[in-house]
Design a protein around this ligand. Structure first.
Ligand code: ATP
Ligand code: MG
Length: 402
């Protein structure tokens, strides 16, 4: 893509009220824009990153046999009344009435909606296990929507739901989801701790959270030294001295919900022995927009963002001080996602934008590099390093494909 076409352009200053790195850098670099507190537009660059995060999540969900679908966001009160959460989760819900006085809520999660759907379709143990997921917007009346894109009142979530004939089967799948989540965070380049936590408005059982150490985090966790596991402060009992205390951002949460939802909503199946039993249930959430913000919190310097390769908006940022167009075309034809600064701005401004936007590799073509012997006419520099090298076009393509 040509930088002259990118909307919008970078900003010199961060918003005055911005405190966190993700807020300052994502806004300055043109990835997100704020409509009001807790409400963000994902601009073209931001949407490219979130699309890549979503694709990694999608691949790992599909790999364990979870099927993608899409559920509605406007929900009738009657369904939420069946579990009592119309009242119990009142604080987080955005409720509204239509002109005929009927009550609705904007989705803050989907357990009741999934259970209502499954009630209509699941008959016997032969229909189980069943695993579905979707990517959709969640609305939550967060009291303090702060920390940039980390805490929205409207945000993206991938939520998955699993249905089972027994607790044993639920726990087998719960472990599959846990492993899939670990793979997802590894591919995204986030180092996670897995902590036992409370179930909030979802369940009275313990759940597992995926936590990333960062100053901007709002959670305190206790980690068993030498391991990647521990407890969220909210459920911790014991001697703090035995643990490493860390401040973290919660990026994912999995819930072994049990039978509460199916019992209250009358969702049952005919078991192997002919008896009618409630369905066992689990749910599994990751917030792709919070994940994007978390990456910035753990991967930036004073010049800008440092994207991991797997989710970077482009693979290379080409700065053209002479004859760049031909190289841009050739790299693009080779299937590489290149951002080409085709503007006639001073080199210093172009380089500053490269570091701010944070694409993993900077390529420079200049009078000097074009004079190099053996066709090694492109300067290669990685965002996370100061080392520069001269490479041929073929060598650049080869390295990019690794
Ligand atoms: P928190 O404790 O931070 O409020 P939560 O425990 O209420 O989050 P869950 O219901 O577990 O959140 O949601 C699953 C995932 O969705 C979270 O792990 C997080 O990645 C994301 N998420 C939750 N709330 C928000 C939010 N307000 N803005 C952005 N992402 C969110
Ligand atoms: Mg949670």
């Amino acid at each position: 893509m040509r930088y002259s076409q990118v909307f919008p352009k970078t900003l010199r200053e961060a918003p005055k009220e911005a405190v966190t790195a993700n807020h300052k850098l994502l806004v300055r670099a043109g990835f997100i824009d704020q409509l009001m507190a807790g409400s963000w537009t994902l601009l073209p660059l931001g949407w490219r990153v979130v699309t890549k995060i979503n694709q990694i999540i999608r691949e790992e969900m599909n790999a364990i046999g979870c099927q993608e679908m899409l559920m509605p966001l406007l929900h009738p009160k009657e369904i939420w009344n069946q579990t009592g959460r119309w009242e119990a989760a009142d604080e987080v819900m955005y409720k509204l009435k239509d002109t005929r006085g009927r009550d609705f809520v904007l989705s803050f999660t989907h357990e009741e909606i999934v259970m209502d759907l499954m009630k209509k379709h699941i008959r016997s143990y032969k229909d189980l296990p069943l695993n579905v997921y979707h990517f959709s917007t969640k609305f939550r009346n967060e009291l303090r929507a702060q920390g940039g894109i980390l805490r929205g009142r409207e945000f993206l979530m991938k939520d998955a739901y699993s249905l089972h004939e027994s607790e044993e089967d639920l726990m087998i799948w719960y472990e599959k989801y846990k492993q899939a989540y670990l793979k997802i965070f590894e591919r995204i380049g986030l180092d996670v701790y897995v902590t036992e936590a409370s179930g909030g408005v979802f369940t009275d059982k313990h759940t597992h959270e995926f936590q990333v150490e960062a100053e901007a985090g709002e959670d305190t966790i206790y980690i068993k030294p030498g391991t990647k596991e521990g407890y969220n402060k909210e459920v911790f009992e014991g001697d703090v001295k035995q643990f490493d205390v860390k401040r973290c951002i919660e990026v994912g949460n999995i819930f072994p919900l049990g039978k509460m939802y199916s019992e209250k909503m009358g969702a049952s199946f005919i078991d192997r022995d002919g008896s009618k039993n409630p369905i066992w249930f689990g749910s599994y959430g990751i917030g792709p927009t919070r994940v994007m913000g978390t990456i910035i919190e753990v991967s930036h310097d004073d010049r800008g963002i440092i994207w991991p390769k797997s989710v970077a908006p482009f693979q290379a940022h080409l700065v053209d001080l002479k004859n760049g167009e031909e190289i841009y075309e050739k790299l693009t034809d080779a299937g590489i996602e290149v951002l080409w600064d085709d503007t006639d701005r001073p080199a210093g401004q172009k380089f500053a934008d490269v570091d701010l936007i944070g694409v993993p590799v900077r390529l420079v073509v200049s009078e000097k590099t074009l004079r190099q012997a053996q066709g090694k006419q492109i300067e290669w520099k990685e965002r996370a390093s100061d080392k520069t090298e001269l490479l041929s076009l073929e060598e650049v393509v080869e390295r990019m494909k690794k």
